[in-house]
Ligand binder design. Structure first.
Ligand SMILES: NC(=O)c1ccc[n+]([C@@H]2O[C@H](COP(=O)([O-])OP(=O)(O)OC[C@H]3O[C@@H](n4cnc5c(N)ncnc54)[C@H](OP(=O)(O)O)[C@@H]3O)[C@@H](O)[C@H]2O)c1
Length: 245
């Protein structure tokens, strides 16, 4: 079997970096997407290569169709076996306070980002072996906390898109969504709630998720095609059950 080829968006930090490391460890060739030139992207690729992994950095903003097209043209592999739509943007606010431009940025990144990228890369995915598209959703897309309006809507859209696409591409491409609760990354640590020392008390299993746990689920979904396509896997230590309607 050829080596599997992956493309991971928002791959240089947080959950995305953990997914890139996990897939490289499992022998995948990983295209690591980034949009900002930061030292963490060089640290990540050096770390992967130092442990014998194969990876290449690929620059584009998921909201920019021209940048995506240029980046896809630079991919030397004929096929992509797994696309991980991980890049995401969180801006919490109460619904009546959200400005239109925030709605636009959140939906354009978290929902239209994956839709746009899939449309541009689907020919390569259809050449893949047992290809899969794995979207990173959120429990906010199922049961949002107050103030998560735009983010919650974007994540519920991506969960439903996963389901619709699975039905459209049956036996051609598997689609999955992974919906974490709070994960220990910059996205959550920098929020008021993430900084609260008592935050984890609200999680029945008493801790935040580690990014590596999500990375292992992504790999499991890609390698095991016995898992029904279209599903949304919730991984949250029971947190969703504590959120009030
Ligand atoms: N952390 C959590 O508790 C949690 C829970 C549920 C779901 N999630 C989801 O998990 C995914 C990863 O989040 P994380 O916690 O790892 O957050 P993170 O550390 O903030 O990483 C987000 C990544 O997305 C990238 N990104 C954002 N907008 C982009 C764009 N327009 N084009 C390309 N890349 C873009 C960021 O790049 P820059 O560095 O350039 O901004 C960054 O690499 C997101 O979809 C998030 O919604 C996170």
């Amino acid at each position: 079997m050829d080596e599997r080829v992956a493309l991971v968006t928002g791959g240089t930090k947080g959950i995305g970096a953990a997914i890139c490391k996990q897939l490289a460890l499992e022998g995948y060739f990983v295209y690591i997407n980034y949009r900002r030139d930061t030292p963490e992207k060089d640290d990540l690729i050096n770390e992967i290569r130092a442990t014998g992994g194969k990876a290449k950095l690929i620059c584009f903003d998921v909201t920019n169709i021209d940048e995506i097209q240029i980046a896809i043209n630079s991919i030397v592999h004929e096929k992509i076996d797994i696309l991980v739509n991980n890049a995401g943007f969180l801006q919490d606010d109460l619904i009546y306070k959200i400005e239109l431009k925030t709605w636009h940025t959140v939906l354009n990144t978290n929902y239209f980002g994956p839709v746009r990228l899939f449309e541009l890369i689907k020919e390569k995915l259809l050449k893949g072996e047992r290809p899969s598209v794995i979207n990173i959703g959120s429990i906010s897309g199922i049961k949002p906390r107050a103030g998560q309006a735009a983010y919650a809507v974007s994540k519920s859209m991506i969960i439903e898109w996963t389901n619709v696409m699975a039905n459209t591409y049956t036996n051609k491409i598997n689609f999955y969504c992974v919906s974490p609760g709070p994960v220990k990354t910059q996205m959550i640590i920098q929020t008021k709630w993430g900084k609260d020392p008592n935050a984890t008390k609200r999680i029945p299993l008493g801790r935040f998720t580690e990014p590596e746990e999500i990375a292992k689920i992504v790999h499991l979904l890609d390698k095991n095609n016995f898992i029904l396509s279209g599903q949304n896997i919730v991984y949250d230590g029971g947190f969703i059950n504590t959120i009030m309607e």
